[in-house]
Design a binder for this molecule. Structure first.
Ligand code: GLU
Ligand code: MG
Length: 440
């Protein structure tokens, strides 16, 4: 680290990052990114002993309330330590990176979602499985004060958004390239002023870190161009929802499980079991994937949010969309879990997806029948009603096994706080209240 004058630099990932302010981020159980900053000279303390944070940090809520649990109260303290290898430039003078929660005695905290994802990856690798994950970030641009942009029309997937918003999009492309997040593509989405950035597959923790960083960068670039960003699952009721689809592929000894086999569309037997495990876990893990007070507004048939319980080849209504290995799919066969929305803690959603796939393999679950094409009408719609989703999560042995009882208890407490807090509000009032809750 150099320390000359006010501009300092930190070498991370092989590159020197210039910054004065270093920000460490953690994602709480409500899916909100929280942060602490230090002058860059405090880097080594941030890495080794970490910064103090009350026990309540993981259970802060979208309205900034606190969801106390029997094990999380006002006493005690956590430390969070920044991962120095993941520090990237964010904006003029600011660099940031993900952090992990530790206890004061230096042991890892059972409440750390990032460490939990790492543990689920480790569990998979002990079984000889190598997972890769990708994600898609959908968001809606608004005015700086949070209203819809003044504009007469919007062309879904249109070229005109690239003309109208070219300054924002060029800046965004350059900023994301500089940060090395692995942008795959950017397009105008179906909803008004809605865009999508998709990221290349990576190891699961890298994918989640990259997603958090990308959200911060999208917010920061939008702000430079006089706009704000909503990552709410349903920014305006009746409009298009924002998804946070997760892609997963698995290999064993360099052999993909979702391709090259004798099953439907090239699935191997283990690949089929992985899909069975994911589908078998949907109801119990819905509170992790799409558990917020506004999530049910998005998760409905006909919205391409994957509200049908099942899987299907390139089926955008199925919770699990299967992407076969073809010439047009250079990353190889994978599954896309469409029900995930941006209110989810991305580390926990990734852990739940991977953990349930591995559970299916461990138990040799048989591949369920594929949903019929265009199955939106005929398929069973997933239940997204918040109270029942939370009851299923709370009583799920699968969730407790994958995520640990402390995390499950914390997530349920946070989401119940939301459900209670907004119980007497209309969907439109809720949408307004949480429109920017997940914005960075
Ligand atoms: N916006 C949709 C969602 O809520 C997804 C549209 C798409 O398939 O990209 O998930
Ligand atoms: Mg999309």
């Amino acid at each position: 680290m150099s320390n000359n004058g006010s501009v300092k630099s930190v070498t991370t990932g092989g590159e020197a990052v210039q910054a004065s302010l270093l920000v460490g981020t953690v994602v709480d159980f409500a899916g909100v990114t929280r942060a602490k900053g230090v002058p860059l000279r405090r880097l080594s303390t941030f890495v080794t002993s970490g910064m103090g944070a009350s026990q309540t940090w993981p259970v802060f809520c979208v309205d900034n309330g606190v969801a106390f649990t029997p094990s999380i109260g006002v006493s005690g303290d956590l430390r969070f330590r920044i991962d120095v290898d993941k520090v990237r430039p964010i904006d003029d003078g600011v660099a940031g990176g993900p952090a992990d929660f530790y206890n004061q005695d230096g042991s890892p905290s059972a409440l750390c979602s990032r460490a939990r994802l790492a543990a689920v990856v480790e569990h998979a690798s002990e079984r000889g499985l190598v997972p890769m994950m990708g994600t898609e970030l959908e968001f809606v641009l608004t005015t700086l004060t949070g209203e819809r942009l003044p504009k007469a029309s919007w062309t879904a997937y249109g070229i005109n958004a690239f003309v109208t918003h070219r300054a924002f999009l060029v800046d965004l492309t350059e900023t994301l390239e500089r940060a090395g997040v692995g942008t795959e593509q950017i397009h105008a989405e179906h909803g008004e002023d809605q865009f999508e950035v998709s990221l290349a597959p990576a190891a699961p923790v890298d994918m989640a870190d990259g997603c958090v960083l990308t959200r911060i960068l999208i917010g920061s670039v939008a702000e430079r161009h006089g706009m704000a960003v909503s990552f709410s699952p349903m920014p305006w009721v009746g409009g298009s929802g924002n998804g946070a689809h997760l892609h997963l592929s698995l290999k064993r000894q360099d052999r993909p499980l979702f391709g090259g086999g004798d099953g439907p569309h090239g699935l191997t037997v283990e690949g089929g079991s992985a899909i069975a495990g994911i589908i078998g876990g949907l109801n119990e893990l819905m509170g992790i994937y799409a558990g917020s007070v506004i999530s049910a507004q998005r998760l409905q048939p006909g919205r391409w949010s994957g509200a049908s319980a099942g899987w299907g080849l390139e089926n955008r209504e199925a919770a699990v969309r299967f992407l076969a290995a073809t010439t047009g799919n250079p990353h190889g066969a994978n599954v896309e879990l469409k029900i995930v929305d941006p209110s989810a803690n991305i580390y926990l959603a990734a852990a739940a997806l991977l953990g349930s796939a591995v559970n299916g393999i461990d138990n040799n679950l048989p591949l369920p029948a594929e949903l019929a094409t265009n199955s939106a009408e005929s398929a069973v719609a997933l239940n997204a009603e918040q109270f029942s989703v939370l009851a299923a999560l709370e009583n799920s042995p699968l969730a407790a096994r994958i995520l640990g009882p402390d995390i499950v208890e914390g997530v349920v407490a946070v989401r119940r706080h939301e459900a209670t807090q907004y119980a007497d509000k209309s969907p439109a009032q809720i949408a307004e209240a949480v429109r920017f809750a997940w914005s960075a």
